[in-house]
Design a protein around this ligand. Structure first.
Ligand code: CP
Length: 315
């Protein structure tokens, strides 16, 4: 195939609402029958490239690729020349001749754009500073699994509104026709262009997007409360400042009591009990975090199958 025919997943809105629904349906099938789909049989190799640490993404992609009949090749960037400044485009050309897809956890979203622009095989964002779209597919799959539907339900993200998971919750939730509420301090607002894009999508799907300063108003009657770490990878120098600003935005039993009676609580993990979420909540009956972590595997398998098939169709 040629550059330009591959279908990539660099941000949530690289999928249409209909495509997102197809992937979530396929993920549920894959959860029910783990080895029924084998698009990577051969085995074909999928490169899993990490510029940052990972537990869940690493294991869920490695196990998922194996489930699909393929062979995962996990590479830490610091052990390659990419970590020493080799041009991304050159790395893409080496990987795409030997791998069926490239999964990359990196810093700048531009890195992913550069990789995708030079690659003949799908490039998948496994977390960047701006988006974490595989995570939000898993969050949506978990809400559907636990509550039965997405459209019209309310997802309240409480915490750092400028986090990659907040941005992806805005876009991914809007694509699913959800009412997305973001409760965040003034200093941690989402990127305006991403917020505007989420509102544009919500206008077409029947969803809505609100940014609030009051976590209780955001949590009121919500179907799902979500949060993320307050100090992400690369932000360690800001830790104390972040703790001070975000302290009123922790998820505890009091905040949860304002949500719907059957509400679930999501955290993409790793968690800091006593900071963004209390132990009582994350280890309590409303928590869906272990289903959420497992669903990473199912949605990523469905995503890989979808992108590979799309690439074949477009070739
Ligand atoms: N949620 C998530 O991406 O976890 P890891 O950083 O462990 O991969």
């Amino acid at each position: 195939s040629a550059v330009g025919t591959a279908r990539h997943f660099l941000r949530d809105d690289d999928l249409t609402p209909a495509e997102q629904a197809i992937i979530l349906d396929l993920a549920a099938q894959m959860r029910a029958d783990r080895f029924a789909h084998r698009p990577l049989a051969g085995p074909r190799t999928v490169a899993l490239l990490f510029d940052k640490p990972s537990t869940r993404t690493r294991i869920s992609f490695a196990v998922g690729v194996t489930d699909l009949g393929g062979s995962p090749l996990t590479v830490d960037a610091q052990t390659t020349h990419l970590g020493r400044g080799e041009p991304i485009e050159d790395v893409a050309r080496v990987f795409d001749r030997q791998c069926a897809a490239i999964v990359w956890r990196t810093f700048a979203q531009d890195n992913l754009e550069a990789m995708a622009a030079a690659s003949t095989v799908p490039v998948i964002n496994a977390l960047s500073d701006t988006f974490h779209p595989c995570q939000i597919l898993a969050d949506l799959e978990t809400i559907r699994q636990r509550l039965g539907s997405l459209s019209g339900r309310t997802l309240a993200f409480i915490g750092d509104g400028s986090a990659n998971t907040a941005h992806s919750s805005l876009l991914g939730g809007a694509l699913a026709g959800m009412h997305v509420r973001l409760a965040t301090p003034v200093a941690y607002q989402p990127e305006p262009a991403i917020l505007a894009r989420a509102r544009q999508i919500a206008a077409t799907t029947g969803g809505s997007v609100e940014v609030l300063a009051d976590p209780i108003a955001a949590a009121k009657d919500a179907d799902a409360l979500a949060t993320d770490v307050w100090t992400a990878m690369g932000q360690e120098a800001e830790h104390e400042q972040r703790l001070a600003a975000l302290r009123p935005f922790g998820i505890d039993s009091h905040l949860l009591s304002h949500a719907a009676a059957a509400a679930i609580v999501l955290h993409c993990l790793p968690a800091h009990r006593g900071a963004e979420i209390t132990a009582e909540v994350i280890d309590g009956p409303h928590s869906a975090v272990w289903d959420q972590a497992e669903n990473r595997r199912h949605v990523q398998k469905a995503l890989l199958a979808f992108l590979l098939e799309e690439g074949e169709r477009r070739r």
